[in-house]
Design a protein around this ligand. Structure first.
Ligand code: G3H
Ligand code: PYR
Length: 213
């Protein structure tokens, strides 16, 4: 997959909803009801972080939920990329970017939303042919004012800020011309998941799906 095609796919999915839920699942039994609630609430693009032993099985299970587009997050190595692809992930997300990670994604045909935090990292992505990136961790790296400043020299770069984004500050990001959507874990509240409160998660997703800049 070329960087241009990968970027086009990433932009397309980032245009489907204002929020990409960042998902950490410890219990495989939560995968299907969680994905069902998120999709029903209007958030079809799901990032399952590879941070728990069951994460790859969660990707596989969530793929059964119709209407969802399931990706794998926390990709750090080429092995992670291959494992995510084998599990059926339709896109990848990473906290940072390296040549070897991008090479592996291109080889595996896995579109990557790669993590960047600085102008130099954005320039690295552009030099590799990507005009889409995650901005991570967003709030501690200057938040919306930083992305607004990045848009001066690099208006061709498009972002999904993640890390410290919440319903309180999402609009400040979503109003920027270089922000396509935001990522965040707040919708997949751990206590609600543990209590099986899927209706409440669906309600949180519905509120998130209506966020605007
Ligand atoms: O590592 C954190 C995830 O990217 C999401 O961050 P968050 O919990 O601040 O939304
Ligand atoms: C935080 C992040 O970028 C990830 O887990 O993929």
């Amino acid at each position: 997959m070329t960087p241009k095609d990968a970027s086009a796919f990433a932009k397309e999915i980032c245009g489907l909803a204002p929020v990409v839920p960042v998902i950490v699942v410890d219990d495989l039994a939560h995968a299907v009801p969680l994905a069902t609630a998120l999709v029903a609430g209007g958030l079809p693009v799901l990032e399952v972080t590879l941070r728990t032993p069951v994460a790859l099985d969660v990707v596989k299970a969530m793929k059964q939920v119709s209407g969802g587009i399931v990706g794998a997050g926390t990709l750090l190595t080429p092995d992670d990329v291959r494992a995510a692809k084998e599990a059926g992930a339709e896109f990848g997300v990473s906290p940072g970017v390296t040549d070897e990670l991008l090479d592996a994604c291109e080889e595996a045909e896995l579109p990557l939303l790669g993590g960047t935090a600085t102008i130099s990292e954005a320039m690295f992505m552009l030099s590799r042919g990507y005009d889409v990136a995650k901005f991570f961790p967003a709030e501690v790296n200057g938040g919306a004012p930083a992305l607004k400043a990045f848009n001066g020299p690099l208006p061709q770069m498009n972002y999904c800020p993640t890390g410290g984004v919440s319903p309180k500050n999402a609009a400040s990001y979503l109003s920027l011309p270089n922000v396509m959507c935001v990522g965040g874990s707040w919708v997949c509240d751990k206590a609600l998941m543990a209590g099986g409160k899927w209706d409440e998660i669906e309600a949180l997703a519905r509120e998130a799906s209506k966020l605007k800049g």
